[in-house]
Structure formats: structure tokens, C-alpha cells
Design a protein. Structure first.
Length: 192
């Protein structure tokens, strides 16, 4: 995949959404949040995903994380990046962030069975980025990292393990399945 105008525009859009307007960082760290959507885009590029899937990967958290005064909508994404990208971003977006953590995560897990292969690929890259970071942070800092989450350690790990299992069940031939299986084995090494 070449570095296209659409990918450049997605990086710029996501950087403004997460950085300029929200000054977001990764949970409890000084690392700019944009590192996560960029990692998702790189993972998708390495998996030879289409340009639309890569762009959606870069934009995947913009609706959930946008500031109220600069709210990102599916219509805005469709207008700038096309309906397919907008549909992909919406497919992996938690629709109601006001719900309690447990309820939001159960709805998100239930929704995986309805994903297209492109949505499953996008979700896979998101999981790989997030879980790799959890495993690395845990190796460095131990249980302290789970204080950054809105749920207890056991529930956070349950959510990620469940999401990986459901994605693998939905599409065993997923080009990122080996990575998901590897991370699934490694996350199980974190004591409960």
C-alpha cells in the first residue's frame, strides 16, 4: 500500500481529534494517544488491508473520543473519507459511552458476530495494538497498570480474551489470526 492522500488526510484528522482538540494520552502515560490509531493503521497495512480499511483503522476511535465542541460524526467521516470508511469506523464504535463499562463491553462483544471481514480485520488490529501494550506495560509495571482502567483487572482481561476468541471464531482465516493467537496465549500468563 502506498502512502495515499486519503491516508495522509486520515492521519491529520485523527491527530487533530485526539491531540489538538483533546490532548489525549494513552492510559496513565505521557505517550500521545495518536500512537494507537497509527499503530492500528500500520498493522493493517502490514496485513495488506485495503486503503479504506487502513484509513478506518486510523480513524477508528475518532467518533468515541472527539471533544463535544468538535464532535466527529459518521456523516462527517463519510463526507471526508467515503461511506465505506464511515461504515467501518461505525461498526467498531461503542455507540453509547454513557452506559456502564460492563454493559458497553458486552454490547461490543455481542456485535462482533455481525462484523464483515473488513470490520473483523480492523477489530483485530485494534486488539493487537491494545493487548500488546497491556502485556508490555504489565511486564514493566505489574498490576499497577490496571488502575488506569474503568473496570477491575479480571474484567479487563476477560473482555480482551473474549474479543479475541470471538474474532477468531468469526473468521479463522483472518490474516492477523496468528498474532491474535499469540497474544491470547500471552495475556493468559497475567495472573488473575
Amino acid at each position: 500500500m502506498l502512502y495515499t492522500t486519503s491516508i495522509y488526510k486520515a492521519i491529520k484528522f485523527a491527530s487533530k481529534t485526539h491531540g489538538q482538540y483533546r490532548h489525549q494520552t494513552r492510559k496513565g502515560k505521557d505517550i500521545p494517544y495518536i500512537s494507537h490509531p497509527l499503530a492500528v493503521g500500520i498493522i493493517l497495512s502490514l496485513a495488506r488491508a485495503s486503503e479504506d480499511v487502513i484509513v478506518a483503522g486510523i480513524l477508528h476511535d475518532t467518533i468515541e473520543d472527539s471533544a463535544d465542541e468538535k464532535k466527529v460524526t459518521v456523516g462527517m467521516i463519510a463526507e471526508r473519507f467515503g461511506q465505506n470508511v464511515s461504515d467501518l469506523v461505525w461498526s467498531v464504535t461503542e455507540e453509547n459511552r454513557d452506559l456502564p463499562w460492563e454493559e458497553r463491553k458486552k454490547k461490543a462483544l455481542d456485535h462482533i458476530k455481525d462484523y464483515s471481514q473488513d470490520s473483523l480485520l480492523l477489530k483485530s488490529a485494534d486488539l493487537i495494538s491494545n493487548i500488546s501494550e497491556i502485556i508490555d506495560d504489565y511486564a514493566r509495571y505489574g498490576d499497577e497498570i490496571f488502575s488506569r482502567f474503568s473496570a477491575p483487572k479480571e474484567r479487563v482481561l476477560w473482555h480482551y480474551e473474549s474479543a479475541m476468541r470471538l474474532v477468531l471464531e468469526a473468521w479463522p482465516e483472518n490474516p492477523l489470526s496468528a498474532d491474535l493467537k499469540f497474544l491470547s496465549e500471552n495475556i493468559q500468563n497475567i495472573p488473575r
